[in-house]
Design a protein around this ligand. Structure first.
Ligand code: NAI
Length: 337
């Protein structure tokens, strides 16, 4: 089992005397900056001049240009979107890195695919919350913590990992637990979910909708059954409390038999071949190359795919049920607070 660290395993002394800089004040940047401040640190916040900078100022931070923070900080938490990190790194961070500095990522992506290669002598670490930014903040305030993956790149003396763990504690993660991982593992787990698990679920949901409507069922009733009732969310939550399979016992016997007896049929050899293809594209970096080219071309395929998605009859059916969505969304949001 992967090693998991909790609050009591962490030596906070490794952060003593080090200036922490946060680059980016978005989902993660805001949450981590506020958590660090409440943990007794005074992070420098670097941001370009945009609405996020105003948000940081409203939260009481003296926002500086990114390059200035890179120059002043010993530990840089790099919290802007992965797609823009390589360029910002080259232009505004790399020139200010000195031996002994620490560069911290919240995802493994750019290090695993070598889109960013920090110089010798700079410790490269990962503190990757498995949680959206808003929850990183809320769970800290509730003193509950959240899971997190930590790693240190080329770390023979373990010094990078100790700093990663101290940061994980300072942002509130080790109250729940931080797993020792790697840039590769974080990237592969994340992208494989995005490229196999979620699209598989999305496609099955669309097939469910299309087949039922083709068989005479009302689109709005099917849409409600599919996700607007909130049952989907309840089942996912029951997986946490009762177990992935254990939650099946909350369904009728007919449902249990139907699910268990038909599950294997849903994974014919053609599908298994696509699963292999998806993991291969992620591990080999072929997806990364494709995505870089798509961005360089101005994202034409992304626009086309979005258009196709929004033209699906499910999107139209959902639009008619706006009032119902609002009723269901309210308790959902309350539950996540
Ligand atoms: P975000 O999309 O919220 O980032 C917004 C920030 O990036 C703003 O401060 C904005 O000023 C800055 N920014 C955007 N484009 C810029 C550019 N061209 N130049 C300079 N600054 C720019 O980012 P998010 O979602 O917080 O992600 C940050 C990191 O955290 C990423 O590595 C991501 O993979 C990781 N992460 C994100 C999670 C989430 O909650 N969204 C969960 C776990 C990890």
């Amino acid at each position: 089992m992967a090693r998991m660290y909790r609050d009591e395993d962490v030596d906070m002394g490794v952060l003593a005397g080090r200036r922490i800089g946060i680059v980016g004040y978005g989902n993660q940047g805001q949450a981590q900056a506020l958590n660090l401040r409440d943990s007794g640190f005074v992070p420098l916040v670097g941001n370009r001049d945009d609405a996020y900078a105003s948000r940081a100022a409203a939260d009481g931070f003296a926002v500086r240009p990114i390059a200035e923070v890179a120059e002043a900080a010993d530990i840089i938490l790099f919290l802007i979107p992965d797609e823009v990190q390589p360029q910002v790194y080259q232009e505004q961070i790399r020139p200010h890195l000195r031996p002994g500095d620490v560069l911290c990522f919240a995802s493994g992506y750019n290090i695993y695919y070598r889109a960013i290669v920090p110089p010798e002598g700079v410790r490269t670490i990962m503190v990757a919350p498995r949680m959206i930014g808003r929850a990183v903040r809320n769970l800290y305030q509730q003193q509950l913590g959240f899971p997190c993956l930590v790693a240190g790149e080329n770390d023979p003396d373990g010094g990078a990992m100790r700093i990663a763990l101290a940061l994980a504690k300072a942002i509130g993660a080790t109250r729940f637990g931080a797993f020792e991982s790697s840039f590769r593992e974080e990237t592969v787990i994340d992208l494989f979910a995005e490229q196999m698990l979620w699209p598989g679920i999305v496609k099955l949901c669309l097939l469910y909708f299309e087949k039922l409507v083709a068989n005479g069922c009302d689109p709005e009733i099917v849409t409600t059954e599919l996700h607007l009732s909130g049952e989907f969310v309840e089942i996912a939550k029951a997986m946490i409390t009762h177990g992935f399979f254990g939650q099946l016992k909350l369904h009728s016997q007919t449902s249990q038999y139907g699910q268990l007896s038909r599950a294997d049929r849903m994974a014919p050899p053609e599908l298994l071949a696509q699963v292999d293809r998806a993991i291969d594209e992620v591990v080999s970096g072929r997806f990364h190359t494709e995505w870089v080219r798509e961005q360089q071309a101005g994202k034409p395929k992304m626009r086309e795919l979005w258009q196709q998605a929004l033209e699906h009859p499910l999107a139209k059916s959902e639009a008619k049920l706006q009032a119902l969505r609002e009723i269901v969304a309210r308790p959902c949001e309350d539950r996540s607070q």
